[in-house]
Design a protein around this ligand. Structure first.
Ligand code: 13P
Length: 253
């Protein structure tokens, strides 16, 4: 059994003060939870301070983006080493908002992923189809193609830990989540692809988490699906009580 992974993607929200309040509330609310891996991905500017506030708690830090060079003249970018330096060990790569608004491509996602792995960050790679693609019956083809390109060139021995987030674009921030069955269909296709691409031991270690309007009232049903190993939560991760309830999901596989 894989340890479930629940990550809160704060996106471009919260001042430092608000973020600190969120971490302190969350710390209280999740006391005693030891069977779920918990991540928060605040804005870059908060990472250093929040990593201190989250010390000695189960809450770990993730970044929302990273660049693929060690250092140099890349104005506005942040390297893996800088993230590790402030206590951040995870990074979200290829979020659909980055693909849509900041022109990230399968190629840049792949570069970020390969470099993060090389530098010892644990990546969460995002994939997902648009509404148009789903309605045209192309959801699985799209997700397989994104994932194949994102993971190309990976040398298995170098890869310690990677997670995949399936986030259908039409379900993000819309209140319209994929049904547990629809999500499960894609998750199981993702796992099949991982078994095709990598050895069994590695493929078995990859957690495939769902994102897109995850809320306290739909988390249990999603987590009851055999191939849903956690959640990537946007809006609901900005409310400590909601995020805590999501972390404390109640379902049996
Ligand atoms: P929402 O939970 O707000 O739909 O956002 C999902 C998401 O994009 C997480 O990365």
């Amino acid at each position: 059994m894989l340890t479930p992974l629940v990550a809160g993607n704060w996106k471009m929200n919260t001042t430092l003060r608000e973020g600190a309040g969120l971490v302190m509330s969350l710390r209280e609310l999740i006391k005693g939870v030891d069977s779920v891996e918990i991540l928060i991905a605040p804005p870059f500017t908060h990472l250093h301070h929040l990593s201190h506030l989250a010390a000695d708690s189960p809450i770990k830090l993730a970044a929302q983006n990273v660049y693929w060079e060690k250092k140099g003249a890349f104005t506005g970018e942040i390297s893996p080493e800088m993230l590790k330096d402030v206590g951040c060990r995870y990074v979200i790569i290829g979020h659909s908002e980055r693909r849509q608004y900041f022109h990230e491509t399968d190629e840049t996602v792949n570069r970020k992923l390969l470099f993060s792995i090389k530098e010892g960050l644990k990546p969460i790679v995002c994939v997902g189809e648009t509404l148009e693609e789903r309605e045209a019956g192309k959801a699985l083809t799209k997700v397989r193609s994104q994932l194949k390109k994102a993971l190309s060139g990976i040398v298995v021995g170098t890869l310690k830990e990677v997670a995949v987030a399936y986030e259908p674009v039409w379900a993000i921030g819309t209140g319209r989540n994929a049904s547990p069955e629809d999500a499960e269909e894609v998750h199981s296709a993702i796992k099949e692809l991982l078994f095709d691409m990598f050895d069994t031991e590695f493929a078995n270690s990859v957690r495939v988490i769902y994102g897109g309007s995850v809320k306290p009232d739909n988390m249990d049903a999603l987590m009851a699906q055999p191939n849903i190993d956690g959640a990537l939560v946007g809006g609901a991760s900005l409310k400590a009580a909601d995020f805590a309830r999501i972390i404390k999901f109640q379902s049996q596989k």
